[in-house]
Design a protein around this ligand. Structure first.
Ligand code: CUA
Length: 174
Protein backbone atom coordinates (compact mmCIF):
# COMPACT_ATOMS: atom_id res chain seq x y z
CA UNK A 1 0.00 0.00 0.00
CA UNK A 2 1.42 3.38 -0.91
CA UNK A 3 1.17 6.48 1.23
CA UNK A 4 -1.52 8.09 -0.81
CA UNK A 5 -3.84 5.10 -0.42
CA UNK A 6 -3.08 4.89 3.28
CA UNK A 7 -3.87 8.55 3.71
CA UNK A 8 -7.19 8.12 1.93
CA UNK A 9 -8.09 5.15 4.11
CA UNK A 10 -7.17 7.00 7.32
CA UNK A 11 -9.12 10.08 6.31
CA UNK A 12 -12.16 8.01 5.35
CA UNK A 13 -12.12 6.17 8.68
CA UNK A 14 -11.77 9.48 10.55
CA UNK A 15 -14.66 10.99 8.60
CA UNK A 16 -16.85 7.96 9.29
CA UNK A 17 -16.08 8.20 13.02
CA UNK A 18 -16.87 11.89 12.99
CA UNK A 19 -20.47 11.37 11.89
CA UNK A 20 -21.65 9.36 14.93
CA UNK A 21 -19.48 11.45 17.24
CA UNK A 22 -21.02 14.68 15.97
CA UNK A 23 -24.46 13.17 16.21
CA UNK A 24 -23.79 12.07 19.78
CA UNK A 25 -22.52 15.44 21.01
CA UNK A 26 -24.75 17.69 18.93
CA UNK A 27 -28.03 15.77 19.14
CA UNK A 28 -28.08 12.92 21.66
CA UNK A 29 -26.44 14.69 24.58
CA UNK A 30 -28.59 17.86 24.37
CA UNK A 31 -31.69 15.73 23.82
CA UNK A 32 -30.99 13.54 26.84
CA UNK A 33 -30.24 16.59 28.93
CA UNK A 34 -33.53 18.09 27.80
CA UNK A 35 -35.53 14.92 28.44
CA UNK A 36 -34.09 14.50 31.92
CA UNK A 37 -34.28 18.21 32.77
CA UNK A 38 -36.63 19.71 35.34
CA UNK A 39 -38.95 21.11 32.66
CA UNK A 40 -39.63 17.78 31.03
CA UNK A 41 -43.12 16.28 31.32
CA UNK A 42 -44.51 13.21 29.59
CA UNK A 43 -47.48 14.37 27.45
CA UNK A 44 -49.12 10.96 27.77
CA UNK A 45 -49.11 11.02 31.58
CA UNK A 46 -50.30 14.60 32.16
CA UNK A 47 -53.75 13.57 33.37
CA UNK A 48 -52.51 10.74 35.54
CA UNK A 49 -49.84 12.16 37.78
CA UNK A 50 -47.68 15.16 38.51
CA UNK A 51 -48.16 18.88 38.37
CA UNK A 52 -50.76 18.92 35.58
CA UNK A 53 -53.42 16.58 36.98
CA UNK A 54 -56.87 18.09 36.64
CA UNK A 55 -57.41 19.27 40.21
CA UNK A 56 -54.06 21.06 40.18
CA UNK A 57 -54.90 23.15 37.11
CA UNK A 58 -56.02 26.75 37.30
CA UNK A 59 -54.97 29.61 39.53
CA UNK A 60 -53.19 29.17 42.82
CA UNK A 61 -52.31 31.94 45.25
CA UNK A 62 -48.72 31.97 46.47
CA UNK A 63 -47.70 33.10 49.97
CA UNK A 64 -45.90 36.17 48.52
CA UNK A 65 -49.15 37.44 46.95
CA UNK A 66 -48.35 36.42 43.37
CA UNK A 67 -50.36 33.74 41.61
CA UNK A 68 -49.40 30.65 39.65
CA UNK A 69 -51.57 29.50 36.76
CA UNK A 70 -51.22 25.95 35.46
CA UNK A 71 -52.79 24.99 32.15
CA UNK A 72 -52.76 22.30 29.48
CA UNK A 73 -53.12 23.06 25.79
CA UNK A 74 -54.64 20.31 23.70
CA UNK A 75 -56.43 19.97 20.38
CA UNK A 76 -58.55 22.13 20.50
CA UNK A 77 -58.87 23.84 23.82
CA UNK A 78 -56.98 25.23 26.74
CA UNK A 79 -57.71 23.63 30.10
CA UNK A 80 -59.13 25.17 32.24
CA UNK A 81 -61.30 26.85 29.67
CA UNK A 82 -61.64 30.03 31.70
CA UNK A 83 -58.94 31.45 33.95
CA UNK A 84 -59.32 33.94 36.77
CA UNK A 85 -56.49 36.14 38.03
CA UNK A 86 -56.28 39.25 40.24
CA UNK A 87 -55.39 42.62 38.67
CA UNK A 88 -51.97 44.16 39.21
CA UNK A 89 -50.41 40.99 40.58
CA UNK A 90 -47.56 39.02 38.98
CA UNK A 91 -48.91 35.92 37.27
CA UNK A 92 -46.56 33.00 36.85
CA UNK A 93 -47.88 30.86 34.00
CA UNK A 94 -46.87 27.22 33.64
CA UNK A 95 -48.32 25.45 30.63
CA UNK A 96 -47.61 22.33 28.61
CA UNK A 97 -49.18 20.63 25.61
CA UNK A 98 -50.81 17.22 25.44
CA UNK A 99 -50.30 16.94 21.67
CA UNK A 100 -49.28 19.53 19.08
CA UNK A 101 -47.49 22.87 19.25
CA UNK A 102 -49.84 25.65 20.32
CA UNK A 103 -49.42 29.31 21.11
CA UNK A 104 -51.38 30.92 23.92
CA UNK A 105 -52.04 34.61 23.36
CA UNK A 106 -54.10 37.27 25.10
CA UNK A 107 -56.05 39.62 22.82
CA UNK A 108 -55.17 43.22 23.51
CA UNK A 109 -51.72 42.39 24.90
CA UNK A 110 -48.35 41.43 23.46
CA UNK A 111 -48.16 38.25 25.50
CA UNK A 112 -47.64 35.06 23.49
CA UNK A 113 -46.55 31.78 24.99
CA UNK A 114 -45.40 28.95 22.75
CA UNK A 115 -46.58 25.62 24.13
CA UNK A 116 -44.81 22.39 23.21
CA UNK A 117 -45.49 18.79 24.14
CA UNK A 118 -42.88 17.31 26.46
CA UNK A 119 -41.82 20.51 28.16
CA UNK A 120 -43.21 23.18 30.46
CA UNK A 121 -43.38 26.71 29.09
CA UNK A 122 -43.16 29.43 31.69
CA UNK A 123 -44.10 33.10 31.44
CA UNK A 124 -44.44 36.08 33.76
CA UNK A 125 -47.55 38.08 33.03
CA UNK A 126 -49.34 40.94 34.68
CA UNK A 127 -52.72 42.46 33.96
CA UNK A 128 -53.01 45.96 35.45
CA UNK A 129 -56.78 46.39 35.24
CA UNK A 130 -59.84 44.18 35.71
CA UNK A 131 -61.34 43.01 32.44
CA UNK A 132 -61.85 40.10 30.12
CA UNK A 133 -59.40 38.82 27.56
CA UNK A 134 -59.91 36.26 24.84
CA UNK A 135 -57.09 33.71 24.77
CA UNK A 136 -56.85 32.40 21.19
CA UNK A 137 -54.32 29.88 19.96
CA UNK A 138 -52.06 31.53 17.38
CA UNK A 139 -50.10 28.52 16.19
CA UNK A 140 -51.74 26.40 13.53
CA UNK A 141 -52.36 23.14 15.35
CA UNK A 142 -54.87 21.28 13.18
CA UNK A 143 -58.43 21.34 11.86
CA UNK A 144 -59.90 22.94 14.98
CA UNK A 145 -57.21 25.57 15.39
CA UNK A 146 -59.43 28.55 14.56
CA UNK A 147 -61.92 27.57 17.25
CA UNK A 148 -59.23 27.10 19.91
CA UNK A 149 -59.74 29.91 22.36
CA UNK A 150 -60.27 30.30 26.03
CA UNK A 151 -60.94 33.24 28.29
CA UNK A 152 -59.14 35.12 31.00
CA UNK A 153 -60.99 37.16 33.61
CA UNK A 154 -59.05 39.72 35.60
CA UNK A 155 -60.84 40.57 38.85
CA UNK A 156 -60.04 43.39 41.30
CA UNK A 157 -57.04 42.55 43.43
CA UNK A 158 -58.88 42.68 46.78
CA UNK A 159 -61.71 40.51 45.50
CA UNK A 160 -59.51 37.58 44.59
CA UNK A 161 -58.39 36.31 48.03
CA UNK A 162 -62.03 36.16 49.12
CA UNK A 163 -62.77 33.52 46.50
CA UNK A 164 -62.71 29.87 47.48
CA UNK A 165 -59.97 27.79 45.83
CA UNK A 166 -62.41 26.04 43.51
CA UNK A 167 -63.81 29.41 42.37
CA UNK A 168 -60.35 30.69 41.46
CA UNK A 169 -59.46 28.00 38.98
CA UNK A 170 -62.42 28.37 36.70
CA UNK A 171 -64.81 31.16 35.77
CA UNK A 172 -67.68 28.70 35.36
CA UNK A 173 -68.87 29.35 38.91
CA UNK A 174 -68.89 33.14 38.46
CU1 CUA B 1 -53.86 25.22 19.22
CU2 CUA B 1 -53.87 26.37 17.20
Amino acid sequence: MNWRKLRTVVLTVLALCLIPATRYYQIDVPLLRFLQGPRHVDPLLLHLSGEFVENNLGTEQEPNGSVTVRMIAQQYLFVPHCILVPAGVPVHLRITSADAVHSLTFDGTDYAVKVLPGTISEARLEFPRPGEYKMPCREFCGAGHYAMRSELKVVPRDQFPALRPQERGSCATQ
